[in-house]
Design a protein around this ligand. Structure first.
Ligand SMILES: NC(=O)c1ccc[n+]([C@@H]2O[C@H](COP(=O)([O-])OP(=O)(O)OC[C@H]3O[C@@H](n4cnc5c(N)ncnc54)[C@H](OP(=O)(O)O)[C@@H]3O)[C@@H](O)[C@H]2O)c1
Length: 251
């Protein structure tokens, strides 16, 4: 268990399901007040209820991260809950399959709006107050696909490469003011129930055969990595890319 996060407020985008929900759970378990966000209010309230039942603190704010304005509005509403955001996790992401020639403009725009533009304007909205306080942590959720490049998801993998570049730029710019910016790069991660449902499927087996870990990752394994980077245990960690990918990113 990493250093507690008591007294901190964390905004986790895309925490209505999957990895984001596990990140929200991990931060709340360590004492942070978590702002759960996403478009789906029903799943968002379920995530909040789960955290509260476990003794943690959480609130849900609905947001469709389709524009700079929606990112700014989420930042403003999230800040109003406790008065400040100490930890920002840019997790919301979309990853549609499709070769370049088959990718429609609106799909490309959705990928870049969600995966790049939203983190960009959330950082712009929330980091200045962190700088004033002299502390804060931003964790961007990237992907092993960012460096490898995925021909059948070129828009997606390039969006994560752009996010990696932003991680470096922000780490250089904001580190001297006490704001650490880091990244976690998951490999193939699926909730336990999904793993059980696809067991034996030839496509799943092909993924596992190519993976040194020979298994899919679990969302909580990403949550633990984010909790570490957000905590004071990682006080000397700036601009890091932490692969939690079962070896998927290896050449
Ligand atoms: N799972 C993997 O194998 C894997 C591997 C590498 C990287 N990643 C990265 O990990 C992150 C989470 O992935 P996941 O597997 O947990 O996916 P997921 O289960 O599909 O969850 C995606 C989350 O993003 C939110 N979201 C999507 N579009 C949004 C929008 N326009 N506005 C606001 N929220 C939006 C969704 O919330 P709503 O539906 O409520 O809007 C949902 O909570 C992504 O950035 C993904 O690229 C995942």
């Amino acid at each position: 268990m990493s250093t507690p996060l008591n007294g901190k407020t964390a905004l986790v985008t895309g925490s209505t399901s999957g990895i984001g929900r596990a990140i929200a759970d991990a931060l709340a378990e360590r004492g942070a007040h978590v702002i759960v966000s996403g478009r789906n209010a029903e799943r968002g309230e379920q995530a909040v209820a789960g955290i509260r039942e476990a003794g943690g603190k959480a609130d849900f704010i609905a947001a469709d991260l389709a524009s700079a304005d929606s990112a700014r509005a989420l930042a403003e509403q999230a800040r109003a809950v406790t008065g400040q955001i100490d930890i920002l996790v840019n997790n919301a992401g979309v990853f549609p399959e499709g070769f370049t020639v088959d990718t429609a403009e609106d799909v490309f725009d959705t990928v870049y709006n969600t995966n790049v533009k939203a983190p960009f304007f959330l950082v712009a909205a929330l980091v200045p107050a962190m700088i004033e306080r002299g502390s804060g942590a931003v964790v961007n959720i990237s992907s092993f696909a960012a460096d490898k490049a995925a021909p059948d998801r070129a828009a997606y993998s390039s969006s994560k490469a752009a996010l990696n570049n932003l991680t470096k730029a922000w780490a250089k710019q904001y580190g001297p003011s006490g704001v650490r910016v880091n990244s976690v790069a998951p490999g193939p991660v699926l909730p336990e129930e999904v793993q059980a449902a696809i067991a034996g499927d030839p496509r799943a087996s092909a993924v596992l055969d190519a993976l040194p870990a020979r298994r899919f990752g679990l969302p909580r394994e990403i949550g633990a990595a984010v909790a570490y980077l957000a905590s004071d245990d990682a006080a000397f960690v700036h601009g890091a890319f932490l692969s939690v990918d079962g070896g998927a990113g290896l050449a």
